[in-house]
Design a protein around this ligand. Structure first.
Ligand SMILES: [Zn+2]
Length: 313
């Protein structure tokens, strides 16, 4: 055992716009934070930024290991990254031995939604559950599935792509090439598009307001008919996707996180009701629905958790 300071772990959350980082102790307490614009013009620029971030967060006493939250698919075993449209220089990158050698610390990588799921399962709304799904609601919709206490990545790392469950067979073309994916309806652009449609022919308190999930949910809560229609559409789509997942996997916890989840209990209650209509009674009653608790820290704490789990294997 080294000194307490060397028992710390660094978590880095690589996003399309920002790099966020934290140094946490083994209990998950954040002891240092970092938040800067991402440098993604070239892979080398990004790797240099990651290296600087690790050194600055770990400080002179260093850290036991580094975890990376990646906005794309990470193949387990090889740590090969692909499907990272927001940080394309990551595609084809392998975050294994090479990066570990560069920074002199063991390094482990995981998809960012999976990392956030691990954080909520460790310290947040997923505590005490061994079989759960964390659904991240933002511009896109992703998820991390935990089965028997471990992330389920699937054969190629694609498990948890709940945003691409088809909820409208003749719906809009999705970025993935399919039509009517959950993400096209209940991702932020889907909320905005449906709000514009709902406002087209009637009076609404939403008129002149920024059309974003939080303001739409607030207006719905105050009884605005157009806003209620938009929230109902999102809840229904989420209910179809989450309901299918629960009938398939019989999980005991659903955690809603990401920016849209800030809309709160009003949305959560409606999503749960739409799930209830589509699942076996016991599948529904045995599952608890919760809002994420770690908000802005889930990505970095989850990345640190990836490092802790990686080191313990
Ligand atoms: Zn899709």
């Amino acid at each position: 055992m080294g000194a307490p300071s060397t028992l710390r772990f660094v978590g880095l959350d690589i996003g399309g716009s920002f790099l966020k980082g934290a140094c946490v102790n083994p209990a998950g307490k954040v002891e240092a934070r970092l938040h800067e614009k991402i440098e993604k013009d070239s892979l080398e620029a990004l790797l240099q930024q990651l290296e600087r971030a690790v050194r600055s967060l770990a400080g002179p006493s260093g850290a036991r290991a580094v975890g990376l939250g990646i906005p794309g698919i990470v193949e387990q075993g090889t740590a090969l990254v692909h499907g990272a449209p927001n940080v394309p220089v990551l595609n084809g990158c392998v975050f294994g031995a090479d990066f570990a050698k560069r920074i002199g610390m063991p390094t482990f990588a995981e998809n960012d939604a999976n990392a956030a799921a691990l954080a909520e399962a460790w310290l947040g709304a997923g505590r005490g559950s061994e079989r759960q799904i964390f659904v991240s609601l933002g511009t896109g919709i992703g998820a991390g599935i935990i089965l028997d206490g471990r992330i389920w990545s699937g054969t190629s790392g694609y498990a948890g792509e709940i945003g691409h469950i088809q909820v409208e067979p003749d719906g809009l073309l999705c970025g993935c090439g399919s039509h009517g994916c959950l993400e096209t309806v209940a991702g932020i652009p889907g909320w905005v598009r449906r709000a514009e449609l709902a406002l087209a022919n009637r009076e609404s308190t939403l008129r002149g307001q920024p059309l974003e999930p939080k303001t739409i949910v607030d207006a719905a809560q105050a009884g605005d008919a157009a806003a209620l229609e938009v929230v109902a559409g999102s809840a229904r789509a989420l209910g179809i996707g989450i309901g299918a997942t629960l009938n398939l996997l019989n999980l005991d916890r659903v955690v809603l996180g990401g920016g849209v989840a800030a809309a709160g209990d009003f949305l959560l209650t409606r999503v749960a009701e739409e799930v209830r209509k589509r699942t076996f009674p016991q599948v529904f009653t045995d599952c608890a629905f919760k809002l994420a608790e770690l908000s802005g820290d889930a990505g970095v704490v989850g990345a640190a958790r990836v490092a802790i789990i990686g080191l313990s294997r």
